[in-house]
Design a protein around this ligand. Structure first.
Ligand SMILES: [Zn+2]
Length: 118
């Protein structure tokens, strides 16, 4: 049984040797998908293929669906830091560095003054 399945599977879309070569005449269904940016993309599906509920827009990468009036919302998670978050982080880094360098300077000054630093 398993061998039969493997042979049948290898024929699907097998190219020049396979029966799929006649697929030129196979009816294809073009489905319009719409993303939140207003792009329309129209991939073609075999008539017997399941139509996916969503499709990644090839132009902006947002998810798209077949409902032009109600495209899926853009993902809420923002993959990159906001400018403000970046500035805040930089500032705290700079402050930490400044505090550290001030402490080191004081240490050196006290050491230079002959104090014993434990
Ligand atoms: Zn798009």
């Amino acid at each position: 049984m398993a061998g039969g399945n493997a042979i049948r599977g290898s024929r699907i879309g097998a190219g020049p040797m396979g029966e799929a070569e006649r697929g030129d005449a196979a009816p294809r269904l073009r489905v319009s998908f719409f993303c939140a940016s207003g792009h329309e993309t129209r991939p073609a599906f075999a008539m017997d293929a399941p139509i996916p509920e969503s499709w990644d827009c090839p132009r902006c990468g947002l998810p798209a669906n077949t409902d032009q009036q109600n495209p899926p919302p853009p993902p809420k998670t923002v993959p990159y830091k906001t400018h403000l978050a970046y500035v805040k982080e930089r500032r705290s880094d700079d402050e930490a560095e400044q505090i550290l360098s001030e402490a080191l300077t004081q240490l050196r000054e006290r050491r230079a003054a002959g104090e014993i630093i434990y």
